[in-house]
Design a protein around this ligand. Structure first.
Ligand code: ATP
Length: 235
């Protein structure tokens, strides 16, 4: 197995009028190719800061990040697709059909229209592609957001708390989608603060607490380490 993503010693300190806050304190993470990797930690532990840093949206104070062995000062859409807290809730024009929406995004991004058909298939929305986005449930909009992130066929897909706000059916569909993407060779990093939400589908997990990695490995390994470290994460 080879690492798609490697993060070493990532540091981020926020300075504001409220004071100084160390969000990442030498954080490390390794994600192997073709896996669904869970990125787990309580609220405020540094997950979004890590993912936004990886996407080039936040400048770290130290550390290194590489994708497929190449340093990433900032992410390229051909390398990383992302949805979630990063774009808050998915925003689409409600009166456009899903097909029109993705076709426009493909055109703007210089992506072949044939890829639009492929991504609708991948996210399980082919039968609803001609429907207006306003008829979509939140879960379907979330999968449409994943579809837009997949247009450039990225190596790595980052989903920041994709299950937020979804009903149980929507969560199940999102899980199936992540598994299907790993099955076609994509590497998926999914963040959550609820272990139970991601343990069914993750090949491996990193647990972050107070800006540091406190456990990593398979879900079973991590549960054992997690108990040893007595870090509280909702299960
Ligand atoms: P959540 O699950 O609640 O989104 P998280 O694990 O994603 O949490 P971060 O959002 O990365 O955690 O926050 C890590 C720490 O950094 C928290 O203490 C947070 O309050 C602080 N923080 C995040 N963004 C800023 C900012 N722009 N300015 C100051 N402090 C910030």
């Amino acid at each position: 197995m080879s690492a798609v993503l490697e993060i070493q010693g990532l540091e981020k300190t926020y300075r504001s009028r409220k004071g100084v806050r160390k969000a990442l304190d030498g954080f490390d993470m390794v994600v192997e190719a073709g896996q669904v990797h869970g990125f787990l930690g309580p609220n405020g532990s540094g997950k979004t800061t890590t993912l936004r840093t990886l996407l080039g949206l936040i400048k770290p104070n130290g550390g290194r990040m590489s994708i497929l062995g190449r340093e990433v000062p900032q992410a390229l859409p051909e390398v990383i697709g992302a949805i979630g807290a990063i774009v808050e809730s998915p925003q689409f024009f409600a009166n456009f059909t899903a097909q029109e929406t993705l076709s426009l995004l493909a055109e703007a991004g210089g992506v072949d229209q044939a890829r639009v058909t492929e991504v609708f298939e991948l996210v399980g929305l082919r039968d609803r592609a001609k429907d207006r986005v306003k008829t979509y449930s939140l879960g379907m909009k979330q999968r449409l957001a994943v579809a837009s992130a997949l247009l450039k066929n990225p190596t790595l897909l980052i989903l920041d708390e994709p299950a937020n706000g979804l009903d149980p059916g929507g969560i199940r569909e999102m899980r199936t989608l992540m598994r299907n993407l790993a099955d076609v060779g994509m590497t998926v990093v999914v963040s959550s603060h609820i272990l139970g939400e991601i343990q069914l589908i993750c090949d491996s997990v990193t647990i972050i607490s107070a800006g540091r990695r406190v456990a990593a490995g398979t879900v079973a390994d991590v549960l054992a380490q997690h108990q040893a470290a007595s870090v509280r994460v909702r299960v």
